[in-house]
Every structure is written in C-alpha cells, then in structure tokens.
Design a binder for this molecule. Structure first.
Ligand code: A2P
Length: 347
C-alpha cells in the first residue's frame, strides 16, 4: 500500500463510523484527505482524528468529488440515496448496509474468505451482515476441507448492532432499573437491559426474521455455495458490543474434532480460545475491542455422526463491521482495484 487516497466516511458520527476512524489511524491507512459525512443533524460538529479536528459535513451532491473510497455506514436508505452518486463521481463505495448485498453485480466480501470477488467490482462492494461475517470466518476453514452441508446457528446479539443510540439506551435502562425506575425503550422495541428478545427485524411468511435470512443468503453468496442449508435464530441480548453465536455444522462425512481445532487455530481472523480444564471459553467481554473472532468449545455433536458444535464471540463493531470494511479497502489498494470501469455508472 503506497498510494495515499482520499477517503470519505458516510455515517462518521455513528458507532461504526467512530470505529472506522480508530481503525484508519491504528492500521496507518494511507490517507491523503479525510472527509466526514453525516446527516444535517451533525453538520458543523467536530471529530478528532490523529489529534486533528475535522468538521463533519452534511452529505450533499458534491460531497464525493475527488473521493477515492467511501466507507458508508449510515443505514440502507442513506446508502441507496448516495452510493450510486458516489460511484458516478469516481469513488469506490464499501457499503456496510444491506442495501446492495444480494445484488448480483455487487461483490459481498469477507477478505479472509473471498477476496477474489473484489476483482469484478463495478464501484460498490458490500460488507456483509455482522453475524454472517463472524460465523463465516470461523467455519470457512472447515468448509474448505470438507463442504458444509447444513448449519444451525443461534445468535446472542449486542445492542451495538442497532447503533450508538441503542448502546446508550441500554446503559440508561440498566441505570433506571437499578434505581427502581421503569426502563424506557425508544431505539430498540423493548427494554434490553436485564432482558433479551428475538431479533426485531421484519418477519417473513416462513416465520424467519430479516436478520436470520441475511445469515442464510449472505453465507451462500460469500462461500459461493448456494447449496448450503442454513437455519438461524437471532436474539438480542443485554450486551453492549460483541456478538456471540452457537453454531452446529453438518458435513457429508464425519469431521474429526482435532482436525477442526487445528484448522481453526491456524485460520486468519480467528483465535482459538479453549481451556477445558478451567471451563474457560470465549466471552463477549474478551472479544470486545479485539480484531479476531474468538472460537471455542469445538466438539463432536453427540446427536449426529457428521456434526460439529462450536461457540464464538466477535466484536460486532470491529470484525462485524468496521474492520471488515477497512480490510476490503486495504485489499483494493493492495490489488490496485481502485479504478472503476465505465460500467460502474450503470450499477
Ligand atoms: P447523524 O449523527 O447526523 O444522525 P448509528 O448506526 O450509530 O446509529 O449511526 C448512524 C450514522 O448514520 C450516523 O453517523 C448518522 O449521522 C448517519 N446518518 C443517519 N441518517 C443519515 C442521513 N439521512 N444522511 C446522512 N447520514 C445519516
């Protein structure tokens, strides 16, 4: 990575936007100019980046002039409104929302799994759903050795997935409950402090919610394996920013547990955390602020000869969102994939 590039963060004042700023500094991303964009609500406020104060601007038509990479994390409707305009202005958009993930012309990338998909981008690259990324990096090393037939996953998702205001609301609710007051829920639909509830995204006719179907469809697209069967149950839990998942994996043939452990221990983006003597395994507090997905409790499924069980925790804001987006940006620089072909404008 030698060339310095112009970066814009769309959604710079949000939970993921703030993490993007930290990671750009931490990873010494080669930045020429950094533009911070948000809604008119935050226009004029300042954000400190590498001890420099940068003024946040309201996104507008000329915001993307001279921008090489837009890191977008301002929700689906904002991405739909601005991504194509940014591409038309000559930028590559790495979009953290679900707006374009299942679009056939948009690569959906986890750099540890399918970096090659970036080659054919037409201006927009989608960052997958957080729970899908965390599960993907953990189970892909096994899938490479023996194709996965079926996955049954349950998630334990933190408030951060609903943004910075949901995290703040969770803290206020906890204080209110401890003070004997009635907790108020305004961002998430129900109180999350001292509570949990099935994920609040819209339900389909089969009884699955949108978040669960993201795990189904996005896993198939990232693994380039449309035949993998996935069933997910997504649950919001009273945790601030790391997600956890129990994952049951079924193969065609038995998969030796020791082999699975070796593969996961050696895989990029993953850290094996298992101390069977003291019953110590990944926890959200250990995953918080960490880059790797922590994986443990890898064991034979006693109900199925060809099944494995595992448990994982990963920082939703880092690998589940901001870190994966920055890794995609690094990939674009490394492979010299910043130039957008003429077809980009018609994405
Ligand atoms: P703002 O702070 O001005 O509302 P989170 O996911 O943590 O809730 O953050 C959402 C991010 O997306 C924030 O930076 C927010 O900016 C930004 N955002 C929300 N709606 C818009 C919009 N219509 N246009 C531009 N940025 C938006």
């Amino acid at each position: 990575m030698s060339k310095n590039v112009n970066i814009a963060i769309l959604g710079a004042t949000g939970a993921v936007g703030k993490e993007l700023l930290e990671l750009l500094a931490e990873r010494k991303f080669p930045i020429k100019n950094l533009k911070l964009l948000a809604s008119p609500r935050s226009a004029g406020s300042t954000v400190t980046f590498k001890s420099q104060e940068i003024i946040v601007e309201a996104v507008q038509d000329n915001s993307f002039e001279d921008v090489d990479i837009v890191l977008a994390s301002a929700g689906g409707s904002t991405s739909k409104a601005w991504a194509k305009k940014a591409v038309a202005a000559g930028a590559v958009v790495i979009d953290n929302s679900s707006a374009f993930r299942m679009d056939d012309t948009v690569p959906l990338i986890v750099p540890e799994i399918n970096p090659e998909a970036a080659v054919n981008h037409q201006g927009i690259i989608a960052n997958p759903n957080c729970t899908t990324i965390l599960m993907g990096v953990a189970i892909y090393p096994l899938h490479q050795i023996q194709p996965i037939k079926r996955v049954v996953v349950a998630t334990y998702q933190s408030a951060s997935g609903a943004g910075a205001r949901a995290m703040e609301e969770a803290k206020i609710q906890a204080r209110d409950i401890l003070d004997g007051k009635e907790p108020k829920a305004e961002i998430l639909p129900y109180p999350i402090a001292f509570n949990l509830f099935p994920h609040n995204s819209p339900l389909d006719d089969q009884g699955y919610c949108e978040e669960e179907m993201k795990m189904v469809n996005e896993t198939r697209k990232i693994f380039n394996s449309p035949e993998i069967r996935v069933s997910a149950t997504c649950v919001r839990v009273p945790i601030l920013r790391a997600h956890s998942e129990t994952v049951n994996i079924e193969f065609e043939q038995p998969f030796p547990v020791e082999k699975a452990r070796e593969l996961i221990a050696a895989a990029p983006g993953v850290k094996l955390v298992e101390d069977w003597q003291s019953n110590y395994f990944p926890m959200p507090i250990d995953a918080t602020g960490q880059d790797p997905v922590l994986v443990g409790r890898i064991r034979q499924d006693i109900s199925h000869d060809c099944g494995l069980e595992l448990w994982l925790c990963g920082d939703q804001i880092r690998k589940g969102a901001a870190l994966n987006a920055i890794q995609i940006a690094e990939l674009l620089l490394d492979k010299n994939l910043l130039s957008v072909s003429d077809s980009a404008v018609s994405v």
